[in-house]
Design a protein around this ligand. Structure first.
Ligand SMILES: Cc1cc2nc3c(=O)[nH]c(=O)nc-3n(C[C@H](O)[C@H](O)[C@H](O)COP(=O)(O)O)c2cc1C
Length: 192
């Protein structure tokens, strides 16, 4: 089982990372993390050069090359992010812009860019208790673009300004259920 984890937080030991660690500890198989704010990711945003309108792949060659390859083969994709102004964070949206190549393949070239279906899930954290619907919708758009056919309901932690997400019992239960949802795919597929 292969799982891609997209981390939208710039904080190395923040709320998002603490929840990603809980999922990772509960998952079997290979886990590939993309820390969108860390320089090691080396992922620059789409510049709308239009290369992908009639060609396969992306004109930019950077850290995204390895991520594109992993997206083809993985079984699960987790988007985990803080809320910034009710949206996903900037660097995560930059990452998302590089998925335009998949959109272009489908809608300009009438081609299926990713054959393997995946399961997706979203974890969001916020300092307050505002609505997370906009960020969840955006995350679901990114997951759908990466061929996630089933997406788990949103798991979130509010009020991280007062209580760290990792101490939020109902969020922790949700995070563990995501691991079960991802794992089920492998068990189910093994029986087929
Ligand atoms: C630029 C910025 C914008 C933010 N906007 C929101 C917001 O709209 N709603 C909210 O609940 N929290 C907001 N926050 C708070 C973060 O979402 C919160 O501190 C979160 O727990 C940080 O997660 P992390 O430790 O994983 O980075 C914002 C924080 C920053 C730095």
């Amino acid at each position: 089982m292969k799982t891609l984890v997209l981390n939208g937080s710039p904080r190395k030991n923040g709320d998002t990372v603490s929840l990603i660690n809980v999922v990772s500890d509960s998952l079997e198989g290979d886990i590939r993390k993309v820390d969108t704010y860390f320089p090691e990711a080396e992922i620059s945003p789409c510049i709308d050069c239009r290369y992908c309108r009639d060609k396969e792949g992306c004109a930019i060659h950077d850290g995204m090359d390895a991520v594109y390859a992993y997206i083809q083969e993985c079984d699960n994709i987790l988007v985990a992010s803080p809320i910034y102004f009710s949206e996903l964070t900037g660097r995560l949206l930059d990452f998302g812009s590089r998925l335009q190549t998949y959109y272009s393949a489908r809608f300009f070239q009438h081609r299926v860019p990713i054959a393997k279906p995946k399961r997706g899930a979203v974890i969001l954290v916020g300092g307050g208790d505002g609505d997370m619907g906009k960020a969840y919708d955006t995350a679901c758009t990114l997951l759908t673009c990466m061929n996630c056919k089933e997406i788990y309901p949103l798991v979130f932690s509010h009020n991280t300004d007062k209580t760290p997400a990792v101490e939020d019992g109902s969020c922790l239960n949700g995070v563990k259920r995501i691991a079960g949802f991802f794992q089920f795919c492998r068990t189910h597929c093994a029986k087929l």
